[in-house]
Design a protein around this ligand. Structure first.
Ligand SMILES: Cc1cc2nc3c(=O)[nH]c(=O)nc-3n(C[C@H](O)[C@H](O)[C@H](O)COP(=O)(O)OP(=O)(O)OC[C@H]3O[C@@H](n4cnc5c(N)ncnc54)[C@H](O)[C@@H]3O)c2cc1C
Length: 557
């Protein structure tokens, strides 16, 4: 990293909310470390052990931090509990950044593990040298619970951390997923790490014949597991509950194939209640008993079915396409643009799969969820800017439909205007939600309430562009999308979009009747690649003014 970048990063980390977070996060770790060190150093019962001095105090301090982090690391993975508390506690912490938080705890654990392990290696060598215990370093390392569980945990951490690297997750998600389940054994190791009279105030404590097989008078043990185990119990309980819930009755009602091979699965699950913008885990035992894949719900809670739109990209989704008789091949023959004559004009935007044509009928579906998502909060904004890239449109399909239902029942909350911006690589992509967008646009009594801007990012040859332009002249509808709003070519210029939006709000032309003294709540909701999320956020905050309160929410696949 260059000096300039370092200065920029330091500026971000040392201002505003980031500064508070850094002080609390690193401060709490250092405070726990200091407390562990202090309590070890001043424990009269451990006077003999304290003769080892710094290495023993450091190992104790770092051990206590690891116990704390060992409990904390599971908290962001309590998905159901998070879903429940999310709406009430969003003001306090960003509940949608649970995976980010999980990673922060994991980074701390690596650091403190290095400190703890190094200090213990010094301890054990010194124990052998001073004979403060009548044991060799080798025995403590490999023949006692503390050393054994420690080494097993180190091995598990090595496997989990290496396979969690972005490059592995991108290339072979299953390797990461299955290896991460070693966490179960890691936790058992953590809870039992200080058993077996590992910490004692006597050189040679008495062993007794019944559980816990040593005299508790001399075996002091560290008791942190009594606190940390609760997160483990909750997590385990959640996983069991999720398995039970996922097996409740679910029937596929329809499978639609859209352009570019996107499958829309509609299913009925009476026990499944969700909010617009949430997502679920889907499992198809016919394809894999253990793989659970996340997909955003594209239907609205008011719809009589639940739907997901699935892009066929890899092993699981392609096998699912095969199993449902909805392959990419069929899509390109019947639905994709341009057609065999090179025409970009309208083709069908879906075909329905006939279940009778599937030799072994519709497969069994297991659904786990729903889980929270940032787009849930759209009704708290006065102006909502929904930005989707490619398949990132799915949560907004649900939100837009939900808004439409809310409009009809007059329950729009604070919401006064909606800007929907969708960048698609090719023309076929529009077909995923063409009918929905057409209907939404046609149903607007206030033409200003919902503005749809579709961007086509694919490069087209000049003949095609000319063709489209000729077709467009004087036409009531856009020749590509069949919407009244025209397709825009190239990538959206977000800075310009936010700039004109904010100027419009401030001048009163965008929200007529808005009180000049009030702050307007502008919510930007993005779903697409993370790199684009950072650019959009930066562009939005670069043009922020005092009279517009901008909140940015992102979801990435
Ligand atoms: C919250 C969320 C919502 C999503 N919503 C949609 C949606 O509405 N429509 C859609 O088409 N796609 C969605 N995705 C992406 C979808 O989960 C992956 O495309 C799918 O799991 C790919 O599986 P595969 O084996 O076919 O492809 P692979 O080639 O194995 O994977 C393709 C990409 O998906 C990632 N991936 C694979 N398996 C998983 C998994 N179990 N969990 C998380 N990521 C995985 C991989 O890291 C890789 O980057 C969503 C992802 C997330 C995290």
């Amino acid at each position: 990293m260059r000096a300039q970048e370092l200065v920029e990063k330091a500026k971000v980390e040392l201002t505003g909310k980031r500064l508070i977070w850094n002080v609390l996060w690193y401060g709490s770790h250092l405070a726990i470390f200091a407390y562990g060190w202090h309590s070890q150093q001043n424990n009269a019962k451990l006077a003999a052990l304290n003769g080892l001095r710094f290495s023993v105090w450091i190992s104790r301090g770092a051990g206590l931090v690891l116990a704390f982090d060992g409990g904390l690391i599971l908290v962001p993975m309590l998905r159901n509990i998070l879903k429940l508390i999310r709406p009430r506690l969003m003001w306090l912490f960003p509940a949608d950044e649970n995976i980010w938080f999980h990673r922060q705890v994991a980074y701390q654990m690596v650091f403190w593990t290095m400190v703890h392990t190094t200090a213990h290696y010094v301890n054990f060598i010194n124990v052998e040298r001073t004979q403060v215990r009548k044991q060799t370093a080798w025995e403590i390392h490999y023949a006692q619970p503390g050393g054994l569980t420690g080494h097993v945990m180190l091995l598990i951490m090595f496997l989990m951390y290496t396979t969690a690297h972005k490059s592995i997750r991108k290339q072979c998600f299953e390797v990461f997923w299955y290896t991460h389940h070693l966490a179960f054994f890691f936790m058992i190791g953590l809870y039992t790490h200080a058993t077996g009279c590992f910490v004692r105030n006597s050189v040679d404590p008495d062993y007794i014949s019944s559980f816990p097989f040593y005299s508790t008078e001399h075996c002091l043990g560290y008791q942190s597991w009594r606190f940390t185990i609760w997160a483990g119990i909750l997590y385990f309980g959640e996983r069991v509950y999720r398995v039970i819930r996922s097996r409740r009755k679910t029937d596929i009602s329809k499978v639609l194939l859209h352009p570019s091979g996107v499958m829309e699965i509609r299913f009925l699950k009476p026990s499944f209640k969700y909010k617009a913008g949430q997502w679920l885990f889907l499992n198809v035992p016919d394809i894999s008993r253990f793989q659970w894949h996340p997909f955003t719900i594209s239907s609205a809670p008011e719809d009589p079915y639940v739907s997901v739109h699935i892009r066929q990209v890899g092993d699981f989704t392609l096998s699912l396409g095969d199993r449902l008789g909805a392959t990419k091949g069929i899509a390109s023959e019947t639905l994709d643009y341009p057609d065999e004559k090179g025409d970009y004009g309208r083709r069908k935007d879906y075909i329905e799969i006939n279940p009778k044509a599937l030799g072994n009928g519709m497969p069994v579906l297991r659904i786990d969820g729903p889980f929270g998502a940032p787009a849930e909060d759209v009704f708290n904004s006065e102006v909502a800017v929904l930005i989707a890239a490619g398949i990132g449109v799915t949560p907004f399909a649900s939100i837009l439909k939900h808004i439409w239902y809310a409009q009809r029942s007059g329950q729009l909350g604070a919401l006064r205007r909606v800007e929907f911006i969708w960048s698609c690589r090719d023309t076929g992509t529009f077909g995923w939600f063409q009918t929905l967008l057409e209907e939404l646009e046609a149903s607007q009594s206030d033409p200003d309430f919902l503005r749809i801007s579709v961007y086509l990012t694919q490069k087209m040859d000049s003949d095609t562009v000319q063709n489209i332009t000729i077709n467009d002249v004087g036409a009531e509808y856009d020749p590509l999308t069949l919407l009244q709003s025209r397709t825009l070519f190239g990538r959206p210029n977000y800075k310009q979009i936010f700039n004109s939006l904010i100027s419009g709000i401030e001048s009163g032309s965008y929200l007529p009747g808005r009180e000049a003294t009030l702050k307007t709540r502008l919510g930007i909701y993005f779903c697409g690649p993370s790199a684009l999320a950072s650019t959009i956020k930066k562009d939005a905050f670069a043009v922020r003014t005092r009279s517009v309160d901008i909140k940015f929410f992102k979801e990435h696949f």
